[in-house]
Design a binder for this molecule. Structure first.
Ligand code: HEC
Length: 454
């Protein structure tokens, strides 16, 4: 689908209070009066197998299982509601604007949603049991998922154990751990998870910073050096995210003697968790392999100077702008907000003034930090001098079901009841000549996505 543009106010005002249209997502229309007969066995079970069961099975991360017909009938109204609001499966990107080709797309098609809605409205018929697909076999949901692609991780680094009391304020735990590396290695993929699946309930997010002695960061495009003065952030993890796989021509460099500084945000839930640990798996490129580019994980803060002003019972829009100092490829889109966050968009203003929406999330769910990873052929290629416009929407009214207290003033802060607004993007800076040839190659293939040129 071709990305289309919509208008955003580009007032040079960081925070303005406005009324945001109520329709933040497009609900599926009520069931048509006539549609083909839909049964669980033939139509619904294959969808649940493909798009839901990985999480909705005993021992995985969802609250209930959806492995059997009885399971699905038990929660049929909730299923209808969640899928037609496009809250489940967790894939909250606006499908009507921007790039739609992703490596990790787990969304339902409009037809699949309609099938589920029709099935619930028809009274959840089983149909002919002979039509049931054979049960799907799942690997351990708590395994290293990228090991399916790359084999077992080359290096696993664990945070030191931390015990979280049953009732306490949010905690930030920041241990420093040696990587034990004795030679420089380039990283092709990283994965992070709590060691015990149950700890996903208390680990809101985890940051892993790479500490290493580097007088000057090597491996960046020549005009991009001012973007990054140290190795910086290695990996960010939040509920709903799995791993990060770098493009085949890009990676991160780890040096001998490097250490990981963890920053783990724990959130108590009324039950003690003893010796909680988070672990990081690193998958290396073969020894001696040097990828062309060094990827930089960047926090694009939408809140200028980390300031937000969200009055009680109001909705706000916040914007910030970044000008690319070098041609760049964006590898992913990952909005980060808390309980009042409802939407975030990224637009590009090209050096010649044209504007284009790259992506938008319109029904942001604070407990789902989905990382939307672009397919290789669709990752936006943006010329030097492009302005990235980030817009964040917060809803501090009672209409926001996630809002714990609409009568509180809310500002920027670490706790989940405070707010944030930023986007974690892996940026690959390119030399001009390479950018030109990548763009030319895409045009030759008649591709619209990515370069967003027309
Ligand atoms: C990536 C994992 C994952 C996938 C895939 C997923 N779910 Fe969920 N689901 C969860 C988790 C975790 C929760 C509880 C937290 C929440 O509601 O966001 C949940 C909650 C729900 C709920 C709400 C339960 C309640 O308390 O009312 C429903 C209904 C649901 N899922 C249905 C589905 C259906 C149907 C699919 C597939 C079309 C699906 N989910 C796919 C993880 C997942």
């Amino acid at each position: 689908m071709r990305p289309s543009s919509y208008v955003t106010t580009l007032a040079g005002i960081a925070v303005v209070s406005v009324v945001v249209p109520a329709a933040l997502y497009r609900p599926v229309p009520a069931a048509a009066t006539t549609h083909r007969a839909v049964t669980y066995a033939k139509d619904v079970a294959p969808i649940l197998q493909q798009k839901c069961q990985e999480c909705h099975q005993p021992g995985s991360i969802a609250p209930m299982s959806l492995l059997t017909y009885e399971d699905a009938v038990d929660v049929a109204p909730q299923i209808e509601q969640q899928v037609s609001a496009r809250r489940m499966p967790p894939w909250h990107i606006d499908k009507t604007v921007g790039i739609q080709e992703f490596k990790n797309d787990r969304s339902l098609t409009d037809e699949q949603i309609q099938t589920i809605v029709d099935w619930v409205n028809d009274g959840t018929p089983l149909g002919n049991p002979a039509d049931l697909p054979p049960p799907r076999k799942f690997p351990d949901p708590n395994r290293w998922q990228l090991a399916d692609t790359f084999g077992p991780p080359d290096l696993i680094i664990r945070s030191t154990p931390y015990t979280l009391a049953a009732h306490t304020q949010d905690k930030w735990y920041r241990p420093i751990v040696e990587t034990g590396l004795t030679e420089p290695r380039w990283v092709r993929a990283i994965e992070v998870k709590p060691v015990r699946p149950a700890d996903r309930k208390i680990v809101h997010h985890a940051l892993a910073y790479l500490l290493q002695d580097e007088p000057h960061v090597t491996g960046l495009a020549s005009t991009a050096h001012d973007h990054q003065m140290n190795a910086g952030l290695f990996m960010e993890w939040a509920v709903g995210k799995t791993g990060q796989v770098f493009a085949p021509d890009a990676g991160k460099l780890m040096l001998p003697g490097s250490r990981i500084r963890w920053e783990i945000h724990y959130h108590a839930i009324g039950q003690e968790f003893a010796n909680s640990q988070v672990e990081l798996a690193v998958y290396f490129y073969p020894t001696g392999f040097v990828p062309k580019h060094r990827t930089v994980l960047t926090m694009f803060n939408v809140a200028r100077n980390s300031e937000l002003d969200i009055p009680p019972n109001e909705k706000t829009i916040t914007q910030n702008f970044y000008v690319l100092q070098a041609p760049a490829r964006l590898e992913n889109f990952q909005p980060h907000m808390h309980m009042r966050g409802t939407a975030m968009s990224l637009e590009a203003i090209y050096p010649d003034g044209r504007k284009q929406v790259i992506n938008a999330v319109r029904n942001f769910q604070w407990n789902w930090h989905v990382n939307y990873i672009y397919a290789a052929a669709a990752a936006p290629l943006l010329p030097k001098g492009t302005t990235l416009v980030f817009t964040a929407w917060h809803d501090n009214t009672a209409a926001n079901k996630n809002n714990p207290d609409p009568n509180q003033w809310v500002g920027w802060g670490d706790r989940t009841v405070d707010e944030m607004a930023h986007n974690w993007i892996d940026v690959t800076y390119l030399e001009q000549a390479e950018f030109d040839s990548l763009l030319a190659a895409r045009k030759k293939q008649g591709m619209n996505a990515g370069a967003l040129e027309r």
